[in-house]
Design a protein around this ligand. Structure first.
Ligand code: SAM
Length: 149
């Protein structure tokens, strides 16, 4: 779900950190969903240190996404031009020691009493908001979206 949203909203690299394996779809998975894997540009780092060294070298700033009473609200946030969006693990969230490495950490406002959003839902909301706020344009040709530079 994250990969599909990431590609839909024009994301660049999709990055996995922590020695994770490339995800694998099971045999019965719809073929469209499988193609998503080939459309994405996947980067995998074994350690957080490797990832932070890479983003520093390329001068990409890191923006965290996590629930926290001291974090900034996603509402009206002006995203930096060149940034990574960092989401936490579905079960354990984003570790506090990583949050200190972020230029900013954003919380998506929730209005009901559920603990948190599913990480793929959270990612989709932030991807959408990022594109909406930079006023990216698109056209639809047939039934396909195309971005307009
Ligand atoms: C299911 S949540 C993790 C929940 C974990 N049990 C915890 O308490 O931290 C998985 C990830 O989704 C993102 N997320 C979910 N809801 C969010 C919200 N309202 N604001 C910001 N990030 C959110 C964060 O990146 C979080 O690390």
């Amino acid at each position: 779900m994250i990969a599909r949203s990431h590609i839909s909203f024009g994301g660049n690299f999709l990055i996995l950190v922590g020695g994770q394996e490339r995800w694998k779809f099971k045999g019965g998975t719809h073929s469209y969903t499988r193609k998503i894997e080939d459309l994405g540009k996947l980067l995998i780092f074994d350690t957080e240190k490797d990832f932070f060294a890479w983003s520093e070298r390329l001068k990409i700033v890191n923006v965290g996404v996590e629930i926290g009473e001291n974090e900034a609200s996603l509402i009206d946030y002006k995203f930096p031009d060149n940034c990574n969006l960092i989401f936490g693990n579905e079960r354990t969230g984003l570790p506090k020691e990583l949050i200190t490495n972020m230029v900013k950490t954003l919380t998506i406002p929730q209005y009901g009493e559920v603990g948190s959003l599913n990480v793929a839902v959270a990612a989709s909301i932030v991807f959408y908001e990022m594109k909406r706020s930079d006023k990216s344009k698109y056209v639809i040709e047939g039934e396909k979206f195309k971005s307009v530079d």
